[in-house]
Design a binder for this molecule. Structure first.
Ligand code: DC
Length: 233
């Protein structure tokens, strides 16, 4: 019987987190943003001035850092050693550095362990790069969301502009391409669809269309919505 484990993987800017949040909300499942965990560690490494080429230092940092997520959906908060960093981890300097941290095997081991603990109870939607291939190969429903690099850069650019950051579209596109390159070429858990994942190219699709499609696929795989109580809770 399906335990309600939904894995949503894909490259930067494909809309994973927005889709995963809405799918989790509709199903009444817990949303787990695994990219936020790598970002949280990257934020700490930048704060401490850790050399991002030093794998041993990053592995030690991961082993000695408490990364925690609370809440779900839009209300998810991210903490590093008890300090809230929900906003800080979205800064462009963190986005630029995170692929370097995420490629370190020792860092990934720590994060995967934590992600499996968080997902153990089922009824979860995780988004990331390697959820269907490495973290939870036993997931009930695996989705790989993608879109053209230009479309993904356009979405990120609009998002950052909306937050007041002055960034050029060309720079974002170059960074997306560079992150794709590092994420898909790294030795451990490279970005690629699981063999049994359904690949959805979201270029030209609206958000509600993507969410509907994912919900349908989840239900086909036996991931049913949690019964909500009559009082709406
Ligand atoms: O989804 P995001 O942009 O917040 O992810 C940040 C980085 O973390 C990205 O460069 C890839 C990495 N990542 C990963 O390697 N494995 C995951 N499960 C999630 C994210």
């Amino acid at each position: 019987m399906a335990r309600g484990i939904v894995a949503i993987d894909g490259p930067a800017g494909a809309g994973k987190s927005t889709v995963a949040r809405q799918v989790a909300d509709r199903l009444g499942y817990l949303y787990i943003d695994t990219g936020a965990m790598y970002r949280a560690l990257t934020w700490k490494a930048l704060m401490l001035g850790v050399n991002l080429e030093d794998e041993n230092a990053l592995t030690a940092l991961a082993a000695n850092t408490d990364v925690a997520l609370t809440g779900s959906g839009e209300g998810q908060r991210v903490y590093v050693d008890g300090r809230e960093v929900t906003e800080e981890i979205r800064r462009p300097e963190v986005s630029r550095a995170v692929s370097l941290v995420a490629r370190v095997p020792g860092v990934r081991e720590e994060m995967v362990c934590l992600q499996r603990q968080l997902a153990a109870g089922g009824r979860v939607v995780l988004d990331g790069r390697d959820i269907g291939t490495c973290v939870l190969p036993w997931a009930d429903c695996k989705i790989f969301l993608t879109a053209s690099p230009e479309e993904r850069a356009r979405r990120r650019w609009l998002e950052l502009k909306g937050k007041g950051y002055e960034v050029s579209f060309e720079q974002i596109l170059a960074e997306i391409r560079e992150r794709d390159r590092i994420d898909s070429q790294r030795e451990v858990a490279p970005l690629k669809p699981a063999e049994d994942a359904v690949v959805i190219d979201t270029t030209g699709m609206t958000l509600p269309e993507v969410v509907e499609k994912v919900i349908r696929l989840c239900r086909d795989k036996g991931c049913e919505p949690v019964e909500r109580r009559g009082d709406g809770s």
